[in-house]
Every structure is written in structure tokens, then in C-alpha cells.
Write a protein that binds this ligand. Sequence first.
Ligand SMILES: NC(=O)c1ccc[n+]([C@@H]2O[C@H](COP(=O)([O-])OP(=O)(O)OC[C@H]3O[C@@H](n4cnc5c(N)ncnc54)[C@H](OP(=O)(O)O)[C@@H]3O)[C@@H](O)[C@H]2O)c1
Length: 209
Amino acid sequence: MSLSILGAGQVGMALGRAFTQRGEPVTFGVPEPARPQAAVAALGPLARLTTVDEAVEGADTVILAVPYGALPAIAQARADWGGRILVDATNPLAPGLAALALGTTTSGAETLAGLAAGARVVKAFNTTGAENLGDARYPGGTPFMPVCGDDADARRHVLGLATRIGFEAVDLGPLKAARWLEPFAMTWIHMALRQGLGRRFAFGLLRRD
Ligand SMILES: NC(=O)c1ccc[n+]([C@@H]2O[C@H](COP(=O)([O-])OP(=O)(O)OC[C@H]3O[C@@H](n4cnc5c(N)ncnc54)[C@H](OP(=O)(O)O)[C@@H]3O)[C@@H](O)[C@H]2O)c1
């Protein structure tokens, strides 16, 4: 399946690096393709850079690595997403990373799904820092990546993408679980930025019989 990433900032570039390093071609779509040209070129020949429209047109799977506020316009720019998988890596952050702008009785991902007609929305890649998305290797184990979405095939595909870039991908079921994944992202942000742990840690899943 062909993969596009909207946004070539911290998250977009990190995911782009992770996928291209594993041999997966990635097309970046941004509003002004001239801006991240050098950074995308540095990823090598598997990374392509174009407009948002072109990136979406040619993709089966589109990762949204843009500010949350950009989602409504992106979602409504197409009358029908034609069954594309839209992977929501965003968080509905209030200014200054101080809080979430919405949550617990709904989620950014569900709001997106309500706006993107014909898309299969999956929440993933929002619960850990960009550095971990680019390089998930840790000496103490494998970081986990929770994934949820209402379409089982789409969810399975995204679980596969997360596994491919080195995460223990965990199926959280229907998209409603995004109500818990967005606040969970705030836990990582709080620990990293407010509590002084820095950005070089990740959450793992421990099990016993
Ligand atoms: N940073 C993290 O560690 C992290 C981790 C997990 C999740 N997240 C979430 O992931 C999202 C992206 O975060 P980020 O840190 O990567 O942000 P960022 O570094 O500011 O990058 C945002 C990117 O989106 C582009 N963009 C803005 N509007 C767009 C549009 N309408 N269509 C396509 N591209 C558009 C920007 O282009 P221009 O530069 O040209 O404006 C930029 O390339 C946010 O929702 C954030 O909450 C962040």
C-alpha cells in the first residue's frame, strides 16, 4: 500500500525516516513544498515531497502529522476519502501544551472521523515523542504503540506499520479508545517537559502469566 505523510515537521520527518530506513517509500504532502525540501531530500530516494492534494491522491494510507487545528480543513478538502486509511497522529493540545482542548467524552480522532467522509480513521503514533517515532530502539525492551480505529482491516494495517518501525503494536479496538490515548499523550508530555525526564524515554507493556 502506498503511504503518504501530511506534515514534514518533527513527527512527519521522524516517521518518514523510520519508514524509509526500512525500505518503505513515503510521500510527504505539505502546503509549501519548497520549505522542507532539504530535510526530505536528506532521507534519500525513497522520500518524495509534493503538495497535500497530490500526496493524498496517490496514497492508500495517509498519516496526519500536522497541528490539530489543521485537521478540519484537511478533512473537508475532499468530499469523499474513498476508503483511504487516515492515521491520526495529532493531539488536540491547548496552547502551551497546557491541556487538551477536548476529551474523555469525545476525542480529536472521533471529531476527525466525523469530518472526513469516506475515510477509515485510525489513531496511532500520538502517544510518544517524535524521537521515539524515528528510532524506537531501547536497551530495556520494546516501546509499545497503542492503536485504535473502527475498521478492523485499517486497524490491522496500522498495527503492522507500527510493528514495522520497531514498536510493540497493541490493538485497543474501536476509535472511541482515542479518548484515552490523547490524555495518555499528555502523560508523556508532562513527564518529558514538566517533570524533567527529558525526551529519551518511552512506555513499554509488561506482562506476566
Ligand atoms: N512533536 C512530538 O513529539 C509529537 C509526538 C506525537 C504527536 N505529536 C502531534 O503530531 C502533530 C505534529 O506535531 P509536530 O511536532 O510534528 O509539529 P511541527 O513540527 O510543527 O510540524 C507540523 C507540520 O505540519 C505542516 N502543516 C501545517 N498545516 C498543514 C496542512 N494543512 N497540511 C499539511 N501540512 C501542514 C507544517 O508545515 P509548515 O512548517 O510549512 O507550517 C509542518 O511541516 C501535532 O498534532 C502534535 O500534537 C507531536
